[in-house]
Design a protein around this ligand. Structure first.
Ligand code: C2E
Ligand code: CA
Ligand code: CA
Ligand code: CA
Length: 278
C-alpha cells in the first residue's frame, strides 16, 4: 500500500531494490545452472567467402531457465564474470565443445573447428591445462579449437596473458580477435599477440551498403589484417548485398543470419549431415 506524503524518490528506491533482488536471484540460479544441466551450446557455422565452403562454427552459450525460459548470454555472462562463476561455466563450455566435436567425428561428420568465446577471467595459468585436457580427453588436434577473445581483454595484463596465449598458440591453437573495432583498439595488440583471425564486428557490417565511410573502414581493416597475415571473418552478415560487398572487399570468411542462425546440436548435426552428402 502507498503511504501518503512520502517523497517520489521511494518509488525509485523500490525499483532499485527490485533490481538488486533480481540480480541476486539470477546469481543464485547461476550457481545451480551446471548441476541442473540448464546450459546448452548453440553453433553458428562459418563459411569461406571464396566458394562458400563450410569451415567451422562459433560456439554460443544458451541458458534455458526452468521458470524464465531462455536468458540471453548478454545478460548472464557479464553477471557470471563479475561473480567469478564464469570460470566454471567457461570450463563446461570448453569441455562440452570438445565432447560435441568428438561425437560428430565419431558419426563420420566433418565439423571443422569450433571457435569458443573466452572471458578475461578465464585467461589464467590453468587455462593451458584445461585446453590440453579437453584435447586429450576427446583425442582432438589443437587445430580443432579456436579461442575468441575481445580486445578489451588485452588491456588487463599484457605480459601474463601474452605468455599463456603464446604457449597455447605454440601448441597449435588458433586465436581470433573478436568484435574488432568496438573496444579500446590499439593496433599494437595485433603485433604483440598471436592472432590468426580478426572478426569484424557487426556494427561495421550493418551500415556497409549505404555508408561510404563504413565501407572505407572495412576496406582498411581487411588490408591491414592481410598485411599482418591475419584472416578476416565478417560477423553479422544479414543480407546478400552485404555478403557480395564483403567478398569484393576481400573478407575471407562469413558468418551471419543470412547464412545460418545459431543452431542447437541436433539441428547442427542435420546441417553437417547435409554438407557431408553434397
Ligand atoms: P559475440 O561473440 O560477438 O557473438 C556473436 C553474437 O551475434 C551472437 O549473439 C550471435 O547469435 C549474434 N549473431 C550472429 N549472426 C548475427 C546476425 O546476422 N545478426 C545479428 N543481429 N546477430 C547475429 P549471442 O549468442 O546472443 O551472444 C552474445 C554474446 O555473448 C557473444 O557475442 C559473446 O560475447 C557472449 N558469449 C556467448 N557465448 C559465450 C561463451 O560461451 N563464453 C563467453 N565468455 N561469452 C559468450
Ligand atoms: Ca565471438
Ligand atoms: Ca563478435
Ligand atoms: Ca559482439
Amino acid at each position: 500500500a502507498k503511504k501518503p506524503g512520502r517523497p517520489p524518490i521511494c518509488f525509485f528506491t523500490a525499483e532499485m531494490n527490485a533490481q538488486v533482488h533480481e540480480r541476486l536471484r539470477l546469481e543464485q540460479d547461476l550457481n545451480k545452472v551446471l548441476a541442473r544441466g540448464e546450459l546448452q551450446l548453440a553453433f553458428q557455422p562459418i563459411f569461406r567467402a571464396e566458394d562458400g565452403a563450410y569451415v567451422g562454427a562459433e560456439v554460443l552459450l544458451r541458458w534455458l531457465h526452468p521458470e524464465r525460459g531462455f536468458i540471453s548470454p548478454t545478460t548472464f555472462i557479464p553477471l557470471a564474470e563479475s561473480t567469478g562463476q564464469i570460470v566454471a561455466i567457461g570450463e563446461w563450455v570448453l569441455r562440452e565443445a570438445g565432447r560435441q566435436l568428438r561425437r560428430w567425428l565419431n558419426a563420420g561428420l566433418a565439423p571443422g573447428y569450433l571457435a569458443v568465446n573466452l572471458s578475461r577471467v578465464q585467461l589464467r595459468e590453468d587455462l593451458e591445462q584445461l585446453i590440453r585436457s579437453v584435447l586429450h580427453d576427446n583425442a582432438l588436434p589443437p587445430q580443432a579449437l579456436e579461442l575468441e577473445i575481445t580486445e578489451n581483454i588485452l588491456l588487463d595484463d599484457h605480459q601474463q596473458i601474452n605468455a599463456v596465449l603464446g604457449r597455447l598458440h605454440g601448441q597449435g591453437l588458433r586465436f581470433s580477435l573478436d568484435d574488432f573495432g568496438t573496444g579500446y583498439s590499439s593496433l599494437s595488440y595485433l603485433r604483440r599477440f598471436s592472432f590468426d583471425t580478426l572478426k569484424i564486428d557487426r556494427s561495421f557490417v550493418a551500415p556497409l551498403c549505404d555508408d561510404a565511410e563504413a565501407a572505407a573502414l572495412v576496406r582498411a581493416i581487411v588490408a591491414m589484417a592481410h598485411s599482418l597475415s591475419l584472416k578476416v571473418i565478417a560477423e553479422g552478415v544479414e543480407t546478400r548485398a552485404q555478403l557480395e560487398f564483403l567478398q569484393a572487399l576481400g573478407c575471407d570468411y562469413m558468418q551471419g543470419y543470412l547464412l545460418s542462425r545459431p543452431l542447437d546440436a541436433e539441428h547442427f548435426t542435420t546441417l553437417l549431415t547435409r554438407f557431408a552428402r553434397e
